[in-house]
Design a protein around this ligand. Sequence first.
Ligand code: NAD
Length: 478
Amino acid sequence: MKVQNYINGNYQNPISNQWLNNYCPANGEIYGQTPNSSKEDVEAAFQVAKTAFQKWSKTTLEERSKILIKIAELIEINLDKLAEAESEDNGKPLSLAKSVDIPRAASNFRFFGHAITQFSSESHESSGQNAINYTLRQPIGVVGCISPWNLPLYLFTWKIAPAIAAGNCVVAKPSEVTPITAYLLGDICTKAGLPKGVLNIIHGKGSTTGQAIVEHPDIKAISFTGGSKTGAQIAKIAAPLFKKLSLELGGKNPNIIFADCDYHAMLETTLRSSFSNQGQICLSGSRIFIEEALYNRFKTDFVKKTKALKVGHPRETNTVIGALVSKPHLEKVLSNIEIGKKEGTVLCGGNKITVKNYENGYYLEPTIIEISTNDCKINQEEIFGPVVTLMPFKNENEALELANNVTYGLSATLWTNNLKRTMRITHQLKAGMVWVNTWMHRDLRTPFGGVKASGIGREGGFEALRFFTESKNVCIKY
Ligand code: NAD
């Protein structure tokens, strides 16, 4: 499949005719090409977006809402095609793409299609001074949206939907590792009646295409999801240009388990929070801390259940763990496991798997490493694969210290039935999102984002609509 840029409602080749190979993680074969777009392509997209903004920013909320909801419906109609494309491009189980990624991409458009009709701003009467202030929230103009490969269409649409709902026009770049569903989205937007130039999808590497979007002086806001190092680089470029920035970055999330929790619910959910999507979810609970009294029971059961997880071709219905996204990523995860072997004890997994008929695919056993200190590389640096660590703790204070002692602060999960402890711990955890007795339970109205090296700003609900608008206070004396 040859991916093309989507500019002004048309598919086109990159101006410089530079291309990247697209690999299928399930068999390691090249199955298509993707543009490696240049500054010139970004400029072409910016120019049409700027023109489209004149009209799009003045459309009624109902009109925008109708188009966004239509895009959601068309994503649902094309669910099978999009899920197959996502699974082939990313290596994730087809069942996961069908049940999570693609339905969620549709929900993103439907949610923001409705949310924009409910978005309001403040008014402040200066009592006794005969003046009233009201806040105008206006679209910014042309904005940039840059997304990663782990949940390709899901995270791409999570940015684009609020940006266009708020009246902006967009230059968007999906990950060059997984470009296919973003490519297919262009056609869906055209069919849904999205005016030309409102959304422009440019493909290419971060260092070429991505950086050109960030460096563009007139793209005034960047919503970025990806690694913390990339986020820091983007912040450095954007700061002197005074761009609005939303940075959703890496995580090294603690999963704190107390002996008084609902054991079976915790065990099943912990399997998911460890290995769903091959552990390639920013919210995965990769550092598991267990209260001493429960440690041995949990360790035995968790290892047994992990060994039973079926690693296989993403299309096979009994596959729970598919292929990792790319060869370099597989190698990165394997090199972390090697470090883990020195820092701790591998309780299960740790090896590359050869799947019959797909010998060159990027398959890896789900891996559990037992450690005795949190101050080790595998517990401090993001691995972003099917690798978790286990470590016991003695009491609440120690659990908190272990959970917070890391440079990241995206999410945390807590398992306990003690309400007072829940309140104490949730108040003290340094994370943008905390789940208690559940994991990745999402409500799209809630603020989404992290603290520390996990980023700045919040997405989700009205937070996203606030990010994609500029507020202007108007004070009227009467
Ligand atoms: P990445 O930072 O390598 O790339 C993310 C995107 O940024 C890609 O589209 C890439 O092409 C682009 N990019 C790279 N360098 C760039 C530059 N200099 N300028 C502009 N754009 C550039 O991340 P990745 O490997 O694709 O994704 C994995 C990372 O994403 C993990 O760290 C994971 O935790 C994080 N992530 C975070 C969240 C969240 O919501 N916090 C969600 C998913 C993934």
